[in-house]
Write a protein that binds this ligand. Structure first.
Ligand SMILES: Nc1ncnc2c1ncn2[C@@H]1O[C@H](COP(=O)(O)OP(=O)(O)OP(=O)(O)O)[C@@H](O)[C@H]1O
Ligand SMILES: [Mg+2]
Length: 387
């Protein structure tokens, strides 16, 4: 196979040209030479030239000037200047200011010259490879950006769609509900026991669908930033007392204790009251829903130093495994068997997380399987809400 010509030597003295060429005849690449600078340019145009060696003193042009032309026309070709003793200054300048890779002094040491040319070839390959890599990365980046934009667009469309569909479902559902309520009330006429049971079941399903639609709407609005938080200053002690009160009956019905331990130095903190009620209600209803024995306790403490108030809703329920802990705060995540009887939708904790995040707080769960769970959240004492 014919070797690729990778190196050109430009020198007006034929014996020099020949002696350089001879040095490389065993290599995997070929070296060609000429005494004419225009011809050298022609060779670079025609062959995959990586390195050019040029003599400094030639009748038509100096090596430095010639290499300057090469640099402009073929910036990738690595340039080496061959100089006599008197030209050392020109050579140093060429290296410092002219983009010349190295200079070789006449008379040269063959091994050194060989090594320099090989290094120059490696240098050339590295520069080209680097540029190709850079270009490829740039292209990939651009591709990724386009994909990202498209995904974002799709996500927005999906959110719009969810929100519109849920809205559209609300009206017919409200009408079904009022009709069922009316028939159940017995006003249009008495019902048999079976009819009544059947309608009650329908009513429960309608209620459930209603809750689901409201939750989906809630979450999409929170996620898209459409929900404006109506922030004002409130004391968490008051909210907790109200919500615990609302759940007292449900806890008692299951024979569970429901207690609180609220710090008496709680400051009023900035919050969207209805939203924080929503968080507390979901945590309380979960704790009661998933606990069969023992009870639920709500603790609220003030950490002035770290600038937040902490709420902990602890239960003596089944507990949550380490793998499940993070999943819980994602949409539609319900664990194991028990939820199948609870009628929930698995959106409650995702909504809690959105709400707490939007307040600039943090929510998490501490739990040990078989020993109960403790759902905790922090709210900043100073306003730090997002969106
Ligand atoms: N206190 C708890 N103890 C044990 N598991 C819990 C507890 N709270 C939540 N979980 C688990 O986390 C899942 C998700 O809770 P989340 O509140 O998001 O949904 P849900 O209560 O099932 O339904 P929804 O709140 O939408 O009515 C629950 O289904 C349950 O498996
Ligand atoms: Mg829930």
């Amino acid at each position: 196979m014919e070797k690729e010509i990778n190196v050109v030597v430009l020198d007006d003295e034929e014996n020099i040209r020949e002696s350089v060429k001879r040095l490389f005849f065993r290599e995997s690449f070929a070296v060609t030479s000429t005494g004419d600078s225009q011809e050298a340019i022609g060779i670079i145009e025609k062959h995959p030239i990586k390195v050019i060696l040029s003599d400094q003193r030639m009748p038509q042009i100096t090596g430095v000037e010639f290499l300057k032309q090469v640099r402009e026309k073929f910036p990738d070709v690595v340039r080496i200047l061959i100089t006599g003793h008197a030209d050392i200054q020109a050579a140093e300048d060429a290296i410092n200011y002219g983009g010349v890779y190295r200079f070789i002094n006449k008379p040269w040491n063959s091994e050194e010259l060989k090594a320099t040319v090989k290094q120059a070839i490696e240098h050339h390959d590295l520069v080209v490879q680097n540029r190709e890599l850079f270009e490829a990365t740039k292209a990939k980046n651009e591709e990724l950006e386009v994909l990202n934009r498209r995904l974002k667009g799709m996500y927005e469309t999906q959110k719009e769609f969810t929100s519109t569909v849920s809205h559209e479902l609300r009206t017919p559902l409200a009408s079904i509900k009022s009709t069922v309520d009316l028939v159940l009330s017995g006003a249009p006429g008495p019902l048999t026991e079976d009819q009544s049971k059947f309608l009650q079941k329908t009513k429960n399903n309608v209620d459930r669908l209603n809750r689901l639609i409201n939750d989906i709407l809630d979450l999409t609005k929170l996620e898209s930033g459409k929900t404006e938080l109506q922030i004002s200053f409130h004391n968490l002690a008051q909210l907790i007392a109200e919500d615990v009160d609302n759940h007292a009956e449900a806890a008692a019905a299951k024979g569970l204790t429901l207690t609180t331990n609220i710090s008496d130095n709680l400051p009023a903190i900035p919050m969207a009251v209805d939203k924080i009620h929503q968080v507390l209600n979901n945590l309380l209803s979960n704790a009661i829903k998933f606990t069969e024995q023992g009870g639920v306790m709500v603790v609220c403490t003030n950490n002035v130093e770290r600038n937040y108030v902490e709420v902990r809703v602890a239960d003596t329920g089944p507990g949550i495994s380490v793998e499940d802990k993070d999943k819980l705060f994602q949409k539609f995540q319900q664990l194991g068997e028990p939820h199948q009887h609870t009628g929930g939708t698995g959106l409650g904790l995702a909504i809690c997380k959105e709400i707490v995040d939007r307040h600039g707080g943090k929510i998490w769960v501490e739990s040990q399987v078989g020993e109960g769970s403790c759902f905790c959240f922090l709210l900043p004492i100073e306003e730090r809400r997002k969106g």
